[in-house]
Design a protein around this ligand. Structure first.
Ligand SMILES: Nc1ncnc2c1ncn2[C@@H]1O[C@H](COP(=O)(O)OP(=O)(O)OP(=O)(O)O)[C@@H](O)[C@H]1O
Length: 283
């Protein structure tokens, strides 16, 4: 494959180039167009599944509007900050994590303007003692906006995962998220459909939000469909009690779908890394 320059491709960038975080191999952003579709639930369960598959994993909660990662990871204490301003991430279930919710715990909203937000995103990436990580998963706020811009200006992303329900309105907003990642030259590793269908205690399966819509959208965009997650009260309970369902391991029926998605994300990241190595060898 011919390659003319020394960049990773994409449009020429202005200002400082994003710098990789030392020791961190892959940075994966989890986005959605619409709020409340299960982005945080996916981020947390994906991080735990990757850790259970033997990877070293970190998780950044950058959802400034609803920083729910600490509750779902079962720890809400403030992180320790060393005298040299390095921040110690919290750790649950083998996953290191940090959250905007830990800066302003409790019920107060975190109200921030662009520059402060940019500063926090940079701190979370560069000032936290992540150590060696195979994956750093980032739970984005819903929608399109400042956090993503700060992120792509600070570090090169391996790729993004977009989560949606199958409903028309959620998919309409998911398309905007896909367009946003395209504009900032972030590869979308694939789409996930959350709350696809529900199995009643009688065994009857009902379609709640229009199962199949996300897969059709993925096909429309020529992107991989990474899988669907059932609407399942135990998944909600796992989040609310700080015991996500993936803790039950890859053989658990209700965690299976998360593990399959984690494996696909790991495989896609590996393929991207191999492609980049090729480029470096040629240039
Ligand atoms: N598959 C599922 N089955 C049952 N409940 C779910 C499922 N996925 C998410 N939920 C629940 O739906 C609610 C919203 O999920 P979550 O907080 O993950 O959404 P979100 O997209 O991150 O929201 P936002 O970004 O707007 O804060 C939570 O109570 C969560 O426990």
């Amino acid at each position: 494959m011919a390659h003319s320059g020394h960049t990773h491709g994409g449009a020429p960038q202005q200002g400082p180039q994003p710098q990789p975080i030392k020791g961190v191999a892959n940075v994966i952003a989890i986005g959605s167009g619409k709020g409340g579709v299960g982005k945080t639930t996916l981020s947390v369960n994906l991080a735990i599944a990757l850790a259970q598959l033997g990877h070293r994993v970190g998780l950044i909660d950058a959802d400034i509007y609803g920083p729910n990662v600490p509750m779902m990871m079962g720890q809400t204490r403030q992180p320790n900050v060393a005298p040299d301003n390095r921040i110690q991430p919290l750790e649950s279930f083998g996953v290191k994590f940090i959250s905007v919710g830990l800066i302003s715990p409790g019920d107060k909203p975190l109200m921030m303007r662009g520059p402060m937000l940019h500063q926090i995103i940079r701190q979370f990436l560069q000032q936290v003692e992540w150590g060696e990580l195979d994956f750093l998963v980032i739970d984005l706020p819903p929608g399109t906006g400042d956090v993503v811009i700060s992120l792509v200006q600070t570090v090169p992303l391996t790729g993004a995962v977009v989560v949606s329900t199958g409903s028309g309105v959620a998919l309409q907003d998911a398309r905007k998220a896909l367009e946003m990642f395209h504009q900032v030259h972030v590869d979308v590793l694939g789409l996930v459909e959350n709350m696809s269908q529900m199995t009643l205690p009688t065994g009857e399966v009902i379609d709640v939000f229009g199962a199949g819509g996300t897969e059709r959208t993925a096909r429309e965009y020529g992107l991989p469909f990474l899988g669907g997650i059932d609407l399942d009260p135990q998944i909600r309970e796992g989040g609310d009690t700080g015991k996500p369902v993936t803790l039950a391991g890859p053989n658990s029926q209700r965690a299976k779908a998360y593990f399959a998605i984690a494996q696909k994300v790991a495989d896609a990241s590996k393929a991207i890394a191999a492609k980049q190595e090729d480029v470096f060898e040629i240039t």
